[in-house]
Design a protein around this ligand. Structure first.
Ligand SMILES: [Ca+2]
Length: 210
């Protein structure tokens, strides 16, 4: 029980210091302190608990950190990456001439736009699918039934999510000169309207020159 009281005190103490991106270690006799900076201090430390191995475990919630970590009473920090900040969410991908871009392409040469989707943990859930492009002439969308790009901003497809292997939505030369941004994504509210707060998307920039 003595050990538990000690751990509880240390955890409270640590919680205060976590706001400053610092750890402070106290020796078992409670007389000396050692401050240890987190790597980095801006990692967004939040939460700490005593681990079964006698060390302390903590989390780093900043989007650029996204780790958990352990710290020993000798002050040794070990960090562990969390797979992604948004594990399990759909991951759309769009490529222009097999590149994430931005790319420059002559209008004389073909432009290939390919999309793919990892449905993550949401496979089978209804969603709006979007393949749209901002062009020098306004918005265009890919009409999947006719395999043609048409002017306007309209949903490409409404239906359940699935793992989509690379799928060609454009393979064409002779595009008018100018800047294009192609988008591919899904939103999890299948209503035919774009719900950005429920959307996952990727984009690629293309500069078409003479
Ligand atoms: Ca929607």
């Amino acid at each position: 029980m003595k050990k538990w009281r000690f751990s509880s005190f240390v955890i409270c103490f640590f919680s205060i210091y976590l706001f400053f991106g610092l750890f402070s270690l106290m020796t078992p006799n409670g007389q000396t302190f050692t401050e240890i900076s987190l790597p980095p201090a801006s990692s967004g430390p939040l939460g700490i608990t005593a681990g079964p191995d006698g060390n302390l475990s903590f989390t780093e919630l900043d989007a650029n950190a996204n780790k958990t970590g352990n710290i020993t009473f000798a002050g040794v920090i070990t960090e562990f990456n969390v797979p992604t900040a948004v594990s399990g969410t759909p991951v759309p991908d769009i490529l222009a001439n097999n590149s994430k871009g931005p790319i420059t392409v002559s209008s004389k040469n073909p432009l290939l736009i390919t999309v793919s989707l990892d449905a993550g943990d949401h496979s089978g859930e209804n969603a709006d699918w979007w393949a749209v492009a901002m062009t020098p002439f306004g918005w265009y969308y890919y009409d999947v039934s006719s395999d043609i790009w048409k002017p306007n901003f309209v949903v490409t497809h409404k239906g359940p999510l699935l793992d989509l292997p690379p799928f060609e939505v454009l393979n064409q030369s002779g595009l008018p000169i100018g800047f294009y941004t192609f988008y591919f994504g899904v939103d999890m509210n299948m209503n035919g309207n774009l719900d950005l707060d429920k959307a996952f998307y990727d984009s690629v920039d293309v500069n078409v020159t003479q």
